[in-house]
Ligand binder design. Structure first.
Ligand code: HEM
Length: 355
């Protein structure tokens, strides 16, 4: 399933590049939205096709992104959000008008409902998360809610990471060619065990996940009733403590020049004294019982996407002034509220690898 979507994406990337440099953020977002929607509901949401039609990302995805950008406002000012919701409903009742965001949210609910019911109605459908849950006796609404939940945290994180990695590779031609050569020697594998056995690919993706720090949100935890000691201080039960993975991923000691994309830091030999500190501070998916459920999914997706794109194309910088440079990419300016969203275009050009 992933391979089919990546192959479609790879083809469309080339078509988009005929019209100008590729903007990686919406393009990768479309790929992940289609992979995760197909995994969750058995059908893609049609994001890659929408890019092909208009270079614009599907309204539903765009709206979902906007919503996660405003999440800190809804969390910190719940009353203001409730008043806003009430006014919107009133306006709809009186004048039949609603905001674009509300109508697109309804569209999304309709889409998920329609695709979830195909399983309920006993139609023959592709194996998906939702039909597996329903067949496993999970109540219908709970299964829909779990499947919908994936489309947020499952897509903006992996897509931002893929976009950052492809952009960084386009700037560093030497590393890109070394990686392509390792993949070619391994005959461009698609199996997880074989992909994981290519150290340069592992370093490329692991460093991409660290450097992108896609889940930038603060992750709150409540201290249990009996209280606990943290860094020598007693915290009474009920205290809320929180921290963000990016604080650790940018630690200057564990990761020298943390804002630089430097895969070589994961290619050191076993005697490097920083290895264990690096492993301790590498927590992009958080840690403990609430850790991200999509870890393996996203590693597979990133290994496959990077290798299949490199199989077809040499990635060239979006700005021609960079051509033939071997630049170590530094983190582009981003909004880091919930997911990290670059505020500039991450542009690249493609050249067919074997014409
Ligand atoms: C590079 C990719 C990804 C990163 C960096 C990432 C990171 C995270 C983090 C830090 C959390 C919060 C964990 C906590 O509260 O301690 C989380 C939660 C979650 N992730 Fe991921 N994730 C990624 C990809 C995915 C994928 C591919 C899926 C699904 C297919 C997924 C599904 C989820 C879900 C369902 C949650 C729970 C959300 C909630 O509790 O509200 N994630 N992720």
């Amino acid at each position: 399933m992933m391979l089919e979507e990546i192959s479609k994406f790879s083809h469309i990337m080339y078509q988009l590049n005929q019209k100008g440099r590729i903007d990686l953020i919406p393009t990768c977002r479309a790929l992940e939205a289609d992979i995760v929607s197909r995994f969750a509901f058995g059908t893609t949401i049609g994001a890659i096709d929408s890019l092909q039609r208009s270079r614009e990302l599907l309204d539903i995805i765009h709206n979902n992104d906007m919503k996660s950008c405003t999440m800190p406002i809804s969390v910190n000012f719940p009353r203001a959000m409730a008043i806003w919701g009430f006014l919107e409903k009133l306006c709809f009742r009186l004048f039949g008008r609603e905001s674009r965001s509300t109508s697109v949210t309804k569209q999304f609910d309709q889409w998920t409902d329609e695709h979830s019911r195909r399983t309920e109605n006993g139609k023959k459908v592709e194996t998906s998360f939702i039909n597996t849950m329903i067949r496993g006796q999970m109540p219908f609404q709970a299964a829909v809610s779990e499947a919908k939940e994936m489309l947020g945290p499952g897509t903006d994180t992996t897509s931002a990471t893929l976009a950052h990695i492809l952009w960084a590779l386009s700037l560093n031609q030497t590393f890109q060619e070394e990686l392509a050569s390792d993949l070619a020697t391994a005959e461009w594998p698609t199996d997880m065990a074989q992909l994981e056995a290519i150290p340069r690919l592992v370093a490329c993706v692991k460093e991409g996940i660290r450097w992108t720090g896609a889940a930038a949100a603060m992750l709150p935890r409540v201290v249990p009733r009996e209280g606990t000691r943290l860094a020598g201080k007693f915290l009474p039960g009920g205290t809320i403590v929180s921290s963000s993975p990016i604080w650790y991923l940018r630690d200057e000691i564990a990761f020298l020049d943390p804002m630089s994309y430097r895969p070589s830091r994961w290619l050191t030999d076993k005697t490097d004294p920083l290895n264990s500190l690096r492993d301790d501070y590498y927590i992009p998916f958080s840690k403990g019982p609430s850790t991200c459920i999509g870890i393996h999914f996203s590693y597979l997706e990133l290994y496959l996407s990077v290798s299949q794109v490199l199989k077809n194309y040499c990635l060239k910088p979006g700005e021609y002034s960079f051509i033939s440079a071997d630049t170590e990419a530094t983190l582009p300016p981003r909004l880091e509220w919930v997911a990290a969203v670059p505020t500039t275009t991450l542009g690249i050009n493609l050249q067919r690898r074997y014409s």
